[in-house]
Design a protein around this ligand. Structure first.
Ligand code: ZZB
Length: 261
């Protein structure tokens, strides 16, 4: 599985994260949340970035004193064997935090229409065993993200967040013949999905959204507006990589293939 790993730079830490990283990040060093995505063409529509509240994460030093990544321990180990960290097989953790510690942190999301930044919010369905354990939220095109965002807005107090952090305008970025220009909202409503816990139905909705988006979708926002999603996907990805805002990250299966081939 070849992902695009995106770099979301921290602008302002949540107070509990701030106290846990005190003295551990070099003065002037930049910390990035690094979600792994299969849909780089949707990055214009990022509204939030999700972490699992009970997952343990590390902040890993990427460029000494200059650049740090917030990712799961498992992702750090994988990255170390893909020449993403400076020395092969080595990864250096400078701080350890729970997802709940970073909720409320403000980050800059590359390409997002939310120019002032997006908030780190909790998502219970984030899997520690997949990607980087960090998930960027695109509620226009990801049913999981849409369902989670609706729940966060509805139950802000229960989730211990400020309602305005979750309640962000959803931007249409891809037009499809079957589901209109807000694919995730359309599918969640049509399938009567009422909670981010409806895992089986959400998996089905995700499947439908992937297929329709990839084979029938047309970009209606951004530099490649007018092109098909199929054409735009590698172009947006390359643009992000060239700008230094993203890099390729493969799950272990992919690593085995690339090392033998
Ligand atoms: C942004 C995005 C926009 C995504 C979209 C999807 C969609 P998959 O399909 O199961 O292989 N993801 C990544 N890591 C995790 C994790 N640890 N736990 C839970 N979800 C995770 O998974 C790949 C997608 O699942 C990734 O691509 C990411 O969300 C999420 F419009 O990034 B995506 C129809 C889907 N649309």
């Amino acid at each position: 599985q070849e992902y695009t790993a995106l770099k979301l730079r921290v602008k302002e830490w949540a107070p509990s994260a701030q106290s846990k990283i005190e003295g551990k990040i070099a003065q002037g060093g930049a910390v990035y949340f690094v979600p792994a995505t299969l849909r780089p063409e949707t990055m214009y529509g990022q509204t939030h970035c999700f972490v699992g509240p009970t997952i343990t994460y590390g902040i890993y030093e990427m460029k000494k004193g200059k650049e740090y990544y917030f990712i799961s321990d498992r992702a750090a180990r994988n990255m170390a064997f893909q020449s993403i960290f400076p020395s092969w097989g080595e990864y250096h953790k400078v701080a350890e935090l729970q997802g709940a510690d970073v909720v409320g942190t403000l980050v800059h999301a590359p390409l997002s229409a939310q120019k002032d930044g997006v908030r780190i919010l909790p998502m219970d369905s984030v899997k520690a065993s997949k990607g980087t354990g960090v998930v960027t939220s695109v509620p226009s095109d990801s049913p999981d993200d849409y369902a989670t965002m609706m729940d966060l807005v509805k139950k802000a107090e229960y989730y211990k967040i400020q309602k305005e952090w979750a309640d962000v305008e959803i931007l249409p970025i891809i037009e499809t013949p079957s589901y209109g220009n807000l694919t995730a909202k359309f599918l969640v409503e049509k399938m009567k999905i009422s909670s981010p816990k409806d895992a089986k139905q959400l998996a089905e909705a995700k499947d439908l959204a992937y297929k329709e988006g990839f084979y029938q979708g047309k970009m209606i926002y951004g530099d490649f507006a007018g092109k098909s999603v199929e054409e735009a996907k590698p172009l947006v990805r390359q643009q992000l990589i060239d700008a230094g805002d993203a890099f390729a990250y493969a799950e272990p299966e992919g690593l085995v293939i690339s090392r033998s081939g």
